[in-house]
Structure formats: C-alpha cells, structure tokens
Design a protein around this ligand. Sequence first.
Ligand SMILES: C[S@@+](CC[C@H](N)C(=O)[O-])C[C@H]1O[C@@H](n2cnc3c(N)ncnc32)[C@H](O)[C@@H]1O
Length: 340
Amino acid sequence: MKLNPQQKSITNSTRRGLRFFDNQPVAQDILTEVIAGLSRPQKVLPAKYFYDEQGSKLFEAITKLPEYYPTRIEINLLRQHREAIAKLLKEDVWLLEYGSGASLKIRLLLQAIKPNCYVPMDISKDFLLASAESLMEDYPWLNVYAACVDYSQPIRLPADMITSAQKLGFFPGSSIGNFSPQEAQVFLQGVRNTLGKDGAMLIGIDLQKDKQVLEAAYNDCQNVTAAFNFNILHHINRVLGTQFNVDYFEHKAIYSEEKSRIEMHLVSTMDQIVRISDSNTADGESKNITFKTGESIHTENSYKYSKKGFTDLVEGAGFEVRECWSDDKDYFAMFYLHCC
Ligand SMILES: C[S@@+](CC[C@H](N)C(=O)[O-])C[C@H]1O[C@@H](n2cnc3c(N)ncnc32)[C@H](O)[C@@H]1O
C-alpha cells in the first residue's frame, strides 16, 4: 500500500462501537481540483463530487428506476452465484467494499461468506456512517470497520486493517466505468497491492449494448438522474461557498459508440460567470469561470466493456479471471478475479 502525502485528517475513532477511519477529502483539495477542472478547454468536474449525503440518496433512488437495469441484474447475479463465490474463498476472509454507498448489495453475500470483518469504503462520510451502523444493527455478529476515503487517490489503510486474512475486494455498481480504461488499470493495480497475494476481487461491469437502452438508463422519465447530475453543483456550492445556479444549466447524457461510454454533462443555458474562491482564507485561490451558452461541464463518464475487453484490462493489472457470470441478455457481468 502506498503512502499518500496528501493525507491530512487521519483519525481512528468509534461511533456507537463502529470502528471508523476518516480520510475524507478536505475543502482545499476539492477547491484545487474544481478550479483545475473548470479551467480546461472542455470543463470537467470529477464524478466523485456527486456524492454528499443528498447525492448518495439520489443514487439510491436511481437504482430503483424502471430504466436503470444494472442494479436489478447485479442483485440477481449475486443471489444466483453467492454460494459459488463463497466456495472459492478461504475460511478467514476480510471483505473490502470500494464505494459501498448504502451497503445493500453486501447483505446478499454476508450469510454465504461470513467474513471476519467488513470494510465499507466511501467518500460520502455521513451516508457511509449511517449505512455502516444500520448494517451493524442488522448483523450483530459482523465486525465493521468503515473508512471514509477517496479511492481515486492512493489509499493508506491504518495498520490494524492490515491483516493476514484473505482479502476479497468488492466493487459493484459498475463504478469502475467512471474511470477511463487507463485509470481503471492503475486503480486495479493499487487494489491488487492492497488485496495481496491471496486476494480476490468481485467486480460488476456494465456491458456494451444498444445505445437506446443505455441512454434511457441515464435519461429517466422522472428526472432523478438529472437531479443527481445537478447535485454536483449543489455539493460544490455547499463545500466551497460558490454560487452556481442550477437553473442556468441543463442535464445531458449521451452514449458515444466510438468511446464506448455514457457521458453526462451540465450544459450552460446562458452566458454566465461564476466566481470560485476559497471562502475559508482571505488570500486563497480564486478564479472567475466563464460559460458561453451551450458550453458544458463534463461531469461523468461511464465506460461500457465487452467481456474480452475487460478481461484484457484486468490481466494487465495483475489479476486473472476465474469466473464471469452475466444475465441472459448479456447486459451486465459479474467478474470474479484472483490476484496473480
Ligand atoms: C455508483 S455508486 C455505487 C453504490 C453501490 N456500491 C452500488 O453498487 O449500488 C458509487 C459509490 O461510490 C462512492 N464513490 C464514488 N467515487 C468515489 C471515490 N473516488 N472514493 C470513494 N468513494 C467513491 C459514492 O459515494 C457511491 O456510494
């Protein structure tokens, strides 16, 4: 595991008996990233900033939408194959979930795997804590050690999380698709180092499919995905004190067949200037961001893979594919990987 020189607020605390490791990104780091992203010719904001407590709740609402097929299929795959997954593992297992959100899918695996410890990791701190506490209430036998981290940065887990038990990484929801294939490979190499020699990884992948099906999933009739997209501006306003007006932007989600990815954008509906400054210090960074009508902020990519393409990617990151389960229509796949 790598040391992260950016780490500032590492605390090891407990809340109602929950072990908790706090390395949430601080406002100064968010400001630097936001200014850098909005200064590029194609303005961009990192998708991780969708997720404050409200963003996490909106994502949960997305998972229940009729158009959003990935969650339903992934849950079915976990139900169908959990016993087979358990048989592939040793007795003494630590389960590390990347981007654990509401920690719902893990509930499908707990009885089958009976891990010694469950480590939910997420950037959305309040939601992470509430989800971890609710899990502890429902599974009193389970040791839970929550970690608020940004997994797009090198993660240095505390010493008492470094165990000789076999580690199973769990990365559902096709969240790997938010990385470019190159970034995904770097991320997986880091995960591979964390999981160690005996480690395994269970990862959900949204597969390439018809453009209409994909675009419908990100342009739902109830506009929940639009609200989720706008939440990135609400979140930034709250943390940095900026004054983005979401009424001056429109939600757009399109599938690029050339790049095999859904792109989400917020498109400015007018010429406007938004001032971004560090409200916490008098002499902090500041910048005016100018938008022309029709200019967009690129807020998310969601890459879609073929089974072969994803196999090549994970092999390049030091894993071998032991199993790949998918639904009848080949919409979504669950890969079980082993560290080489
Ligand atoms: C697409 S949701 C998936 C949630 C859940 N795992 C599921 O499958 O339904 C992505 C989750 O990852 C978290 N997340 C996104 N980017 C992150 C990052 N860079 N570091 C840590 N957590 C992140 C979000 O807060 C959110 O809970």
